[in-house]
Design a protein around this ligand. Structure first.
Ligand code: HMG
Ligand code: MG
Length: 297
């Protein structure tokens, strides 16, 4: 019997937030709807952040209003503070995500406050979400390395991951923001963090800058993680992590997992078609080896 692994598709948010050219609203809406049609059960719809900081996410409210929502699918959006949460609520977001970091410098550069201040801002968001019946996901960035401070130890990840979990986040997504980590480091990370947060509440979010993401996913699977974030066509990066490339490509993850006997619920052919379509829309080659291989075949 195959085991299930859940994928959180982050392409429309993590993928598009870093695009140089403006991606229009119909393209964003179509991308989300195509990903859902391909079988994705969780698709990040956007981010309610400052448009001065991340201009690409400025129209997230319109995108969230225009998508045709499918029952049983969640459409999380990023909400760094109460202003963001109010915006998300206004468009009836079912799930929101707060995003902190294991490194002080990254926290300052990304959300303009210290780790401690970020937790103070997240608390009212989580409390309001609980009262409204909205689920809250918690991200921790820089779990295997920081663009400003270098190596980050697993011990530095534990306090923020545990605090977010204890505050009420249903899942903690551990982000290798700059994609530097290796499988052995990933194993050590999961072993350490799962001493404080149940492994069933952990997710892996691996950027593929150094080509380690899929290997890191398999290391995390060995340690019991069953939820992974990925981005169609490997789109993306973080505007506050210069040089970081996109997330691991969703097609590569689905191919590797399904061929190894895991069930993801995602139709690989439909995903590949979506990857080709969005890559053409953005005027570039698909960033997935699987899509390139199939396309050439
Ligand atoms: P700030 O400047 O410190 O905020 O930014 P402030 O509270 O001092 O307010 C300043 C202005 O921003 C005010 O407007 C506010 O109204 C406005 P003004 O009076 O000057 O006209 N403002 C907002 N506008 C819209 N939405 C909001 C909001 N909040 C305040 N929510 C803030 C603090 C967090 C807002 C800012 O730093 C920000 O927006 N940062 C965005 C960072 C971001 O989106 N980064 C990318 C996503 S994280 C990521 O990619 C990592 C991840 O993928 C995991 C991984 O890979 O590791 C998740
Ligand atoms: Mg990311």
């Amino acid at each position: 019997m195959s085991q299930h692994i859940s994928i959180v598709e982050v392409g429309p948010r993590d993928g598009l937030q870093n695009e140089k050219s403006t991606v229009d609203i119909p393209t964003k809406v179509e991308l989300i709807e195509r990903l859902v049609s391909a079988g994705m059960k969780s698709v990040e719809g956007g981010a309610f952040v400052s448009p001065k900081w991340v201009p690409q996410m400025a129209a997230s409210d319109e995108v969230m209003t225009k998508i045709n929502r499918v029952e049983g699918v969640s459409y999380p959006v990023l909400t760094p503070n109460m202003k963001g949460y109010e915006g998300a609520r206004a468009v009836k977001a079912d799930t929101v995500a707060v995003f902190g970091a294991a490194s002080e410098s990254f926290s300052q550069k990304n959300i303009n406050c210290s780790i401690e201040e970020s937790l103070e801002r997240f608390k009212p968001v989580i409390d309001a979400a609980k009262a409204d019946g909205v689920r809250v996901r918690g991200y921790v960035s820089c779990v295997l390395g920081c663009p400003y401070e270098g190596k980050v130890s697993p011990a530095a990840v534990v306090p923020i991951a545990k605090t977010l979990f204890d505050m009420g986040c249903y899942e903690i997504s551990l982000g290798d923001t700059i994609g530097v980590g290796t499988p052995e480091e990933t194993r050590a990370l999961i072993r350490t963090v799962s001493g404080a947060v149940p492994v069933s509440a952990l997710a892996g979010h691996f950027h593929d800058t150094y080509g380690q993401a899929l290997a890191n996913i398999w290391a995390a699977i060995d340690e019991g993680v069953r939820v992974f974030d990925s981005s169609v066509s490997g789109l993306g990066g973080c505007p506050y992590a210069k040089g970081a490339s996109g997330n691991v490509a969703s097609e590569d993850v689905v191919y590797s997992l399904e061929r190894s006997g895991y069930d993801t619920g995602v139709d690989l052919d439909a995903l590949i078609e979506t990857s080709i379509w969005i890559s053409e829309s953005l005027g570039r080659k698909p960033g997935s080896k699987v899509t390139l291989a199939r396309h050439a075949a």
